[in-house]
Ligand binder design. Structure first.
Ligand SMILES: [Zn+2]
Length: 316
């Protein structure tokens, strides 16, 4: 099992980045190969959603060439390869969850300029050269990452049902202190890195019960969508915090335009919001950002369609 692969254009990416391209509505240009020895790979959980993290696998009865083991790093003189750093995975029962919200990155290239992958397979020296290139590239991560909040929200939902099952299996009753503790513990055990903020699935999310955090968090709420000039505004149904007497209005502000080269998924999200606004529809949303108190109301400015999703958002 390997977390890194290469497409027909020689783009080296993690399996979760290739999944991202599929999720964005783009073409990943498989079939994939090992970026180092160019042996063919099969993809897993990239095109289809499954409980495992996206990864690559050698087809049955095949192996890497020479000293290659499919991972980046130095080759030690004995001809054996140094144990590679095992990709750390978040495993919940059999469910694997994204561990980090990250920016999209450019692919790493390891082939020479004239090499299209059709020539002689890489020898040990070439495999070693490629492994060093990838090992020295700090932007490539073997972690299960995503640049879309939507992937994190669907993982969060799976984890919450798992947390419920764990608590019930332990004989706890929903609503009790012990149940809540068990539930929170399951969520807190799963790391979630938001652009470098080291959080967990237990503390990265926030609803209207508490005053918004001073740092970026993932908020959720619901309300009517309306278009106002260059923005969509979603005034939340609740005031924040809901329970206190000094509650404050909370609204989402979403730019109504796309950056150049925006992925297809952003185009679709924008069109869907236009339709919601035109029809005066309400939506349940999750959004990432910094909620700022402005004119006695909290405003969450959404700077990218990667940072918002809603219930019933187009199915890919
Ligand atoms: Zn290989």
């Amino acid at each position: 099992m390997s977390s890194l692969g290469m497409n027909i254009h020689g783009d080296v990416r993690s399996a979760s980045e290739f999944k991202q391209i599929v999720d964005d509505g783009g073409r990943p240009y498989g079939p994939y190969r090992c970026p180092f020895c160019e042996v063919r790979y099969e993809e897993r959980c990239i095109v289809t959603d499954c409980v495992r993290a996206p990864h690559f696998k050698l087809p049955k009865n095949t192996s890497h060439r020479g000293s290659c083991n499919g991972e980046a790093g130095e080759v030690v003189p004995s001809g054996k390869t140094e144990p590679s750093i095992e990709p750390k995975r978040t495993v919940v029962g059999v469910i694997e969850l994204p561990e980090a919200l990250v920016n999209r990155r450019k692919a790493t290239k390891v082939r020479g300029p004239a090499d299209d992958g059709s020539g002689t397979p890489p020898d040990d020296a070439e495999v070693a050269r490629r492994r060093r290139i990838v090992a020295s590239d700090r932007t490539i991560s073997s972690r299960y990452t995503t640049s879309q909040l939507q992937a994190i929200i669907s993982a969060y939902k799976k984890l919450k049902s798992h947390a419920y099952e764990v608590a019930i299996a332990a004989g706890l009753t929903k609503g009790t202190k012990q149940y809540n503790e068990s539930f929170g513990k399951t969520l807190d055990a799963r790391p979630l890195d938001l652009y470098g903020q080291k959080l967990t699935y237990g503390n990265a999310f926030q609803g209207s019960k508490l005053i918004p955090n001073r740092k970026e968090r993932v908020y959720s709420g619901s309300g009517l969508v309306r278009a106002n000039g260059d923005y969509f505004i979603v005034e939340d149904e609740d005031s924040w915090p809901k329970s206190k007497t000094e509650h404050v209005h909370f609204s989402l502000k979403i730019a109504r335009l796309l950056v150049p080269d925006a992925p297809t998924s952003h185009q679709r999200a924008l069109e869907e919001l236009e339709r919601h606004a035109a029809a005066g529809r309400s939506m349940r949303w999750h959004a990432y950002g910094l909620a700022v108190l402005r004119d006695e109301r909290f405003e969450l400015l959404i700077d990218s369609f990667d940072h918002i999703c809603w219930t019933g958002i187009y199915k890919r």
